[in-house]
Design a protein around this ligand. Sequence first.
Ligand code: NAG
Ligand code: NAG
Ligand code: NAG
Length: 499
Amino acid sequence: MRNPALLLSFWSVYCCFAAGSLENLRPQGSLQDEQTPTGVPATAKPPVAFNLRTSKDPEHEGCHLSLGDNQLLEDCGFNMTAKTFFVIHGWTMSGMLEKWLHNLVSALQTRERDANVVVVDWLPLAHQLYIDAVNNIRMVGQRVAGMLDWLQEKEEFSLGNVHLIGYSLGAHVAGYAGNFVKGTVGRITGLDPAGPMFEGADLHKRLSPDDADFVDVLHTYTPSFGLSIGIRMPVGHIDIYPNGGDFQPGCGFNDVLGSIAYGTITEAAKCEHERAVHLFVDSLVNQDKPSFAFQCTDPNRFKKGICLSCRKNRCNNIGYNAKKMRKKRNSKMYLKTRAGMPFRVYHYQMKIHIFSYKNSGDIQPTFYITLYGSNADSPDLPLEVVEKIKLNATNTFLVYTEEDLGDLLKIRLAWERISHSWYNLWNEFRSYLSQPSNPSRELHVRRIRVKSGETQRKMTFCAQDPKKTGISPGQELWFHKCRDGWRMKNETSPFVELA
Ligand SMILES: *[C@@H]1O[C@H](CO)[C@@H](O)[C@H](O)[C@H]1NC(C)=O
Ligand SMILES: *[C@@H]1O[C@H](CO)[C@@H](O)[C@H](O)[C@H]1NC(C)=O
Ligand SMILES: *[C@@H]1O[C@H](CO)[C@@H](O)[C@H](O)[C@H]1NC(C)=O
């Protein structure tokens, strides 16, 4: 037990989920009964079952594969040459397969018609206290590896066609399976792998890059304070942290009012954790609306808009469409998303040099930007300040839109007189105090350089009137597109320099 405090908070969530019912905490039929063959009726469900889904109907029984039974394999219609998915659930409080699993199975069947979609049902071993379920995963991983080794005896079956998809604790089951199997499975996808008891663990005791030829991971609920249900550390070849990997839009943790509206805190936690599955499903069914993630060393640099490059494999599709990358070091990638499907947004980097001529003190403007495109216009987008706006320097910002604006044509920059957030209000107040003798606050912006993350296009927008580049609280400035690309280093400025 590495982090007792974390585990404790996890327990408390368990209690809330289980609605305080003691029966839920200790399911009937203890683990020992199920593991010892003696005293177990011949018809009892095995602790680890392999259910080949033969229909999209979640109520449909499917076909239970049995290790060594070749006839059954044939009768079930297992296609030896097709792709094979193993969907592995996590720790369960209900003891039943949840709705997300059916969504995922159906999305896989839709996307890959010939594929074998096998649900690894280890509910009896997962419907335990969390700590007991964790202790069971090694054995479940062994069973999955055993099934794969048996399939490998068939001539046409190839381990390279196998893709293990594990959610939460199931991600670490997939890790064990990949570790135990003879040979290397093609791919493992970890969907918000469980954090408690795995954070910082040895790489043989958790999902890790050596468990498959390609390991990709989505982290959706890894807040850096309080309880982290998902693992924070990178555990794959690529580790994608949507929205920074801590709080997901639409789940109610982002804003106080939202969380009250959302309901219980545990429901919000479930929403954040499960978001990884829905992002993966989105990548399967909305192939025409792919979400891109961008490599970055830390989430704050991404928030500042610094990391929107696609050079040298620095960007990738997320979810099923992720391109295989095998780097020595983990690759942490980030993106913003919408609150629901399709999750895709459009990222822009804004580079703005902010001149301060008249003011000696520190001014912290609250800028809003509006993008006008050939397809649509954006709403007013706040320029999020991660640290502080630097004056007489180039600042980089990240903005994103839910809609495809098409080609950008114009940009409006507004300095809000009335702050919309307490943080900004405080900043305005501070800068007001720092220069009481000079209430006329003015900054200058001559051009805005924009880079689209999705198209990688660079554009430069120039002040509509080159002589009027000043902006004060309550005012706005307009910029029109003046060139494709950014200014070359050796190019002399065509713009009127303000003396
Ligand atoms: C089995 O899968 C292969 C490869 O996806 C496909 O070409 C073939 O038609 C499938 N066979 C059957 C019987 O569905
Ligand atoms: C910015 O530069 C101008 C002159 O180039 C100077 O007068 C001004 O004080 C500087 N402002 C800050 C905040 O450094
Ligand atoms: C910049 O310099 C390079 C090499 O000296 C030259 O080929 C290029 O034309 C220059 N670009 C401009 C815009 O002057």
